[in-house]
Every structure is written in structure tokens, then in C-alpha cells.
Design a protein around this ligand. Structure first.
Ligand SMILES: C[S@@+](CC[C@H](N)C(=O)[O-])C[C@H]1O[C@@H](n2cnc3c(N)ncnc32)[C@H](O)[C@@H]1O
Length: 327
């Protein structure tokens, strides 16, 4: 993700948590959802339209938001993300920490489903400013007595004391980390004994496509993945997570593969192709700067991809969702 700036210095302590407020309040939906599902038990489903509208409204008003394509991706992956939450037990009143929170979807959604005190941390302060503003606007939508806040921090050096949290979540973070085992050690430090870590991430080895993507897209995606590896990231991290956490002293399980299969029709200018173009364009200077593709080569491949004729292709991919308990 373009927001990953893993070389940044550690963030300031929690005292500098931000609650910037520049968005209109969005309060509808909360009371009726509480009445429907009961104010004290966990909700099986949520009223997601409020959050979806808040994200979409921000993107409409800011077509080039911080974080490159992250906000569009946050919106597009909402339905799949929400299927993960039944895996994770969250006690009422839990202290929850979301690592690499981005625009905060996991914080908002868990605070809507459960009564929690949740903090989302990220190294990208511009993205966090938006999450903080959205948090103010969504204050009436999260579950009653939940508290949501955001703080800048490097996940390798968390500004929290030992055993401060009951639950730690990390969605699509580990693929960006140059030293994932050091971050697992930090998670263990800030989790209370018996506390749970919920981790969700990719493994590019767990996917197939037919027919194969065009040569132009293959070259662009290869360069994009090489950039991530060049920053120390790992798009095969999914298969490694159980080893990292078990070695650090966690009990492993439950584990799930989130499998998605689709016969996707892609045509010029559609949402999926536009998102891919935006993601690749945001990485253009890094791809060229690292010498992975010459500028002219990048532009020619992108132009070829943008103008590819409509194609329908089968794609299956799996991502790993895992719960680890701190012994
Ligand atoms: C793919 S995004 C995922 C965002 C969010 N978890 C979600 O599910 O939408 C990865 C996030 O991790 C953040 N990140 C990467 N390295 C980090 C680090 N060392 N410390 C804190 N955040 C980091 C990036 O800034 C980015 O916002």
C-alpha cells in the first residue's frame, strides 16, 4: 500500500491522539440497530450503510485522498472484511488496538458491533487525520459506550505499556513489514495474558487466474510487487504468520482461509480497472526510481492495460484470517 512509510520515526505517545473534526456528523441508524439487536449482546450483523456512505462522501469530495488507492480499496473490500468478524470473540468493554489502521474500518466496525474502547494506530498521519475526522462524524453510529480514537505510531515501537490491551487486530499490515517478528513481539508485549491477536493478510501463492492477465498487466503487477519487497514487505506472508506467532509464544487458532472466486468482466473505465490504474499510477515514481521499469515502458504498459478490450476472467484467491492467543 502506498501509505506504508516504514522508515518513518516512531509516533508520539498516546497523549497526542487526534480527534480532528471537519466532517458533518452521521448519527442515523445507531439507535434502531441497538433496538433490533439488543443493547448488550454482540450484533451478528451491522448497519453498514452509514459507514459506507461516510467513506464514499469523503472520496467524492476528495478524489485524490491521502494513502493513494487505500480509501477506494477500503470501500470495495467492505463486504469481504465484514465476513471476518464472527471469528473474533470480543468481550464487552474490551480495550482494542488496531495496528496499521489506515482509514480505520476495523476500528469503526468492531466499535459498531461490540462495546469496546478502540484505538487505531498508523504511521501515515495524513490518513489518520481523515480517520479521526470520520470518527467524530460517526460518534453516534458506533455502539453506545464504545470509544474510538486514533494515534500515530510505528507498530514496531508501540507507545503503550505492557498488557494494556485485550485484543489486537492487524488487517493487511504484515505484508508491509520488514521485520514482522519484531512486531509480533510488540503485540505480545501490549496484550494481556489470555488476550487475542486477530491477523488477516494476503498470500499471493494462494490464487489462480484464467486466462492469464495480459503481458502489460503482468509486467506492471510484477514491478508493483517488487516495490513492496524492496521496502521489506512480503506478499507471501500469509503462510508464515502461524510460525511467527507460535514461535513468539502464542496459541494458534482458529484459522480460516477467506476464499473468493469470481468470473470478473473487466472493461475500459470500469471500477475495478480504474482502481488498478490508480494503484499502479501511485507507485509509478517508485517503480521507475527503483529501476524496475523505465518510465516509457511503464507508460506504454499502462496505456495498453487501460485500453485492453473487455475480457472476462476466472480468478480465485485466498487470504488468511487467524486468531492467536497470548499464553
Ligand atoms: C493495506 S493498508 C491496511 C489498512 C487497514 N488495516 C485496512 O484494513 O483497511 C496498510 C496500512 O499499514 C500502515 N503501515 C505500514 N507500515 C506501518 C508501520 N510500520 N507502522 C504503522 N503503520 C504501518 C500503512 O500506512 C497503511 O495504512
Amino acid at each position: 500500500m502506498t501509505g506504508a512509510r516504514t522508515g518513518d520515526p516512531p509516533g508520539p505517545p498516546v497523549a497526542e491522539e487526534r480527534r480532528a473534526g471537519s466532517l458533518p456528523a452521521v448519527h442515523e441508524g445507531a439507535a434502531s440497530a441497538d433496538e433490533r439487536d439488543g443493547a448488550h449482546g454482540p450484533r451478528v450483523g451491522g448497519d453498514w450503510s452509514v459507514l459506507d456512505r461516510a467513506y464514499a462522501a469523503y472520496l467524492d469530495a476528495h478524489p485524490a485522498p491521502p494513502g493513494g488507492s487505500l480509501l477506494a480499496q477500503t470501500i470495495l473490500t467492505g463486504a469481504a472484511r465484514r465476513t471476518l468478524y464472527p471469528l473474533l470473540e470480543v468481550e464487552p468493554g474490551a480495550e482494542l488496538l488496531d495496528l496499521g489502521t489506515g482509514f480505520g474500518p476495523v476500528v469503526f466496525e468492531l466499535a459498531h458491533l461490540h462495546r469496546v474502547r478502540a484505538v487505531g494506530v498508523d504511521i501515515d498521519e495524513a490518513v489518520l487525520d481523515v480517520a479521526g475526522a470520520l470518527g467524530d462524524a460517526l460518534a453516534g453510529w458506533v455502539r453506545e459506550a464504545s470509544a474510538v480514537r486514533f494515534a500515530p505510531a510505528d507498530v514496531a515501537d508501540l507507545p503503550y505499556g505492557a498488557a494494556a490491551f485485550d485484543v489486537v487486530t492487524a488487517r493487511l499490515l504484515f505484508q508491509h513489514l520488514p521485520d514482522p517478528e519484531a512486531v509480533v513481539a510488540e503485540i505480545r508485549r501490549v496484550l494481556r495474558p489470555g488476550g487475542r491477536a486477530f491477523v488477516f493478510d494476503v498470500d499471493d501463492g494462494l490464487g489462480v487466474t484464467y486466462p492469464e492477465p495480459s503481458a502489460a498487466l503482468t509486467a506492471l503487477e510484477g514491478a508493483f510487487a517488487a516495490c513492496q519487497s524492496g521496502r521489506g514487505g512480503d506478499r507471501h506472508v500469509g503462510r508464515k504468520l502461524t510460525t511467527y506467532f507460535a514461535t513468539a509464544g502464542f496459541d494458534v487458532g482458529p484459522l480460516r482461509l477467506l476464499a473468493q472466486a469470481a468470473h470478473v468482466a473487466s472493461e475500459q473505465g470500469d471500477a475495478s480497472r480504474s482502481l488498478t490504474v490508480a494503484r499502479l499510477l501511485a507507485a509509478r515514481s517508485e517503480i521507475v526510481g527503483r529501476g524496475l521499469l523505465a518510465a516509457a515502458e511503464f507508460d506504454a504498459h499502462l496505456d495498453a492495460f487501460v485500453h485492453e478490450p473487455a475480457v472476462a476472467r476466472f480468478r480465485a484467491e485466498c487470504q488468511l484470517a487467524a486468531v492467536f492467543t497470548n499464553r
